[in-house]
Design a protein around this ligand. Structure first.
Ligand code: MSP
Length: 508
């Protein structure tokens, strides 16, 4: 079983394109695993114990509980609407999670990895992050992310003994035992570790009835990040799922990589100090993606260029949910650079790749089979005329472990097969052969090969645009086995009765 996770989202506000993107990336990668017959457990959810959630609830005249629930429902609904297939949706306010946090924090107190101290310094309340003097000064005592002034805090607090794990974490990352993708982010993290790791605050004074108390000290609440990271354990810490551990992949945005690459693995090393926790191994990989920006500038509500869920949904009405999924995956910031969301590019991507290339190719081949073979896929005994060698090369590349996290390469491979089919048709001109009854066998061979190649391309594209591909499969009366041998040439559609016409992606 491959355990794949997304960040859990703050419920102070409604979902937006960034949240959809992180979760979609996890869905697509999980679907590539599933397509090859591998079992996946994908979790997502909401991070509810942040102070900013309490504040937002007050502003909106609701109890924190109601406000959190309302937004958690919005997140889950949005993910379902974008056809994201998750196995668990965890809310940190659930008792299963609060119990897990109490249990793990008390273990860390027992091992001495969590101890009582005093915090005097800066806090970024938008990011819910403690900021050291050097970084605070560099940014003129403003948040590096949202540019708001930092808060000065002086308060008793518990610390996590991060400093103990500096050398171990460094070598685990250097050796790729914890793999950080992309490479440029790995270098950034290592250079920050080399600046030295100090112990970090892991609690705050309890000011309202929200969050998880530090075990044995009802005046302190577990710091929201320590609480949130433990969600990954909560979802699988039961007899049925414990064997899913360790995580195959944590998907995160670049702004929260530090927590996942350094703090979280150190917490795991600390938990391993406790007997019976030997099974809590380190995550295998962490993928940090970049940010969506809009028309070249950072998105923000005040600039009015923000892609909120309703804005994204209105695009989906025009280009379909799968059209949006395709655009986000093809043009998204799945590596170290940020990506620009712009209307013209969305329209162009949709028309060029989905309406013209994929949609058109399917509709042409299907309508020729309807016209020349009464919608029954022709059988052909002859060896294939299309370049099967080349197609198999694309498949091998897609299955290669190196590419499993690279959705752009996967799209490219699927679309390359479509191009192959188009040029095959262009060169062999079946519509001309159809006029000559003596060349019927050749015509069978060509259309048989073309639809078989489309079947294989459809497999590679299913993780990206599952609804439309499933529509195509229904039209072809095809049910893949979700096994590696689905990719074998000739697991053929020959003899299937298919639809007469299909327009998967009307031109926009
Ligand atoms: N609650 C924490 C995560 C805890 S994980 C144990 C958090 N939540 S968040 O709601 O603020 O952000 C969640 C994710 O959305 C992050 O991965 C972040 O990078 C991503 N995005 C937020 N804005 C984004 C863009 N504009 N573009 C792409 N992703 C961005 O952080």
């Amino acid at each position: 079983m491959k355990f794949v996770t997304t960040p859990i989202y703050y419920v102070n506000d409604a979902p937006h394109i960034g949240h959809i993107y992180s979760t979609l990336l996890a869905d697509v990668i999980s679907r590539y695993h599933r397509l090859r017959g591998e079992k996946v457990f994908l979790t997502t959810g909401t991070d509810e114990h942040a102070t900013k959630v309490v504040e937002a609830a007050k502003i909106n005249n609701l109890s924190t509980d109601e406000w959190a629930k309302r937004n958690a429902t919005a997140f889950a609904g949005a993910f379902q609407n974008y056809n994201i297939h998750f196995n668990d949706f965890i809310r940190t306010s659930e008792s299963r999670h609060k119990d897990e946090v109490s249990k793990r924090v008390s273990e860390l107190i027992e091992t001495g990895d969590v101890y009582l101290g005093k915090y005097e310094g800066w806090y970024d309340s938008g990011q819910e992050e403690y900021v050291n003097e050097t970084v605070a000064k560099q940014n003129s005592y403003h948040s590096a992310i949202n540019k708001k002034p930092l808060m000065k805090r002086t308060e008793p607090c518990y610390y996590f003994r991060l400093s103990s794990y500096q050398n171990e974490i460094k070598s685990l990352i250097e050796s790729d035992s914890i793999r950080i993708i992309p490479q440029s982010r790995k270098a950034e993290i290592l250079s920050r570790i080399n600046e030295g790791l100090n112990d970090v605050p892991c609690s705050r004074p309890k000011t309202e009835d929200w969050g998880v108390e530090i075990p044995g000290d009802s005046t302190q609440i577990v710091y929201v990040w320590i609480d949130a990271l433990l969600n990954y354990l909560t979802t699988i810490d039961n007899d049925e799922l414990r064997e899913c551990w360790p995580p195959e992949l944590h998907i995160v945005g670049k702004d929260i990589l530090w927590f996942h690459a350094v703090i979280w693995p150190s917490m795991i090393l600390a938990l391993q100090n406790k007997k019976n926790n030997e099974w809590i191994k380190l995550p295998k990989a962490i993928l940090a993606h970049g940010f969506w920006i809009r028309d070249g500038v950072k998105m923000s509500k005040s600039l009015g260029n923000f892609i909120s869920l309703p804005v994204l949904n209105s695009y989906a009405e025009k280009y379909t949910i799968d059209g949006i999924r395709f655009f986000l995956m093809l043009n998204g910031p799945n590596d170290s650079t940020d990506s620009d969301f712009n209307d013209a590019k969305l329209q162009e991507t949709y028309n060029a790749h989905l309406a013209n290339a994929l949609g058109n190719s399917c509709s042409r081949v299907i309508s020729m089979i309807a016209k020349y073979f009464d919608s029954i896929v022709p059988v052909s005994e002859q060896s294939p005329l299309i370049d099967v060698y080349k197609i198999n090369e694309f498949i091998a590349k897609s299955i290669n472990k190196q590419n499993v996290f690279n959705v752009k390469v996967q799209i490219e491979l699927g679309m390359s097969i479509i191009k192959e089919v188009d040029s095959f048709i262009h060169i062999n001109e079946p519509y001309k052969l159809a006029k000559d009854p003596l060349r019927r066998e050749e015509l069978s061979l060509i259309l048989n090969n073309a639809i078989e190649a489309l079947r294989i391309a459809s497999l590679l594209l299913w993780p990206i645009i599952p609804q439309k591909i499933e529509e195509l499969w229904l039209a072809l009366d095809y049910r893949p086995g979700f096994k590696l041998n689905d990719f074998d040439w000739g697991t053929s559609l020959a003899g299937h009765t298919i639809v007469e016409k299909l327009n998967l992606f009307p031109r926009a």
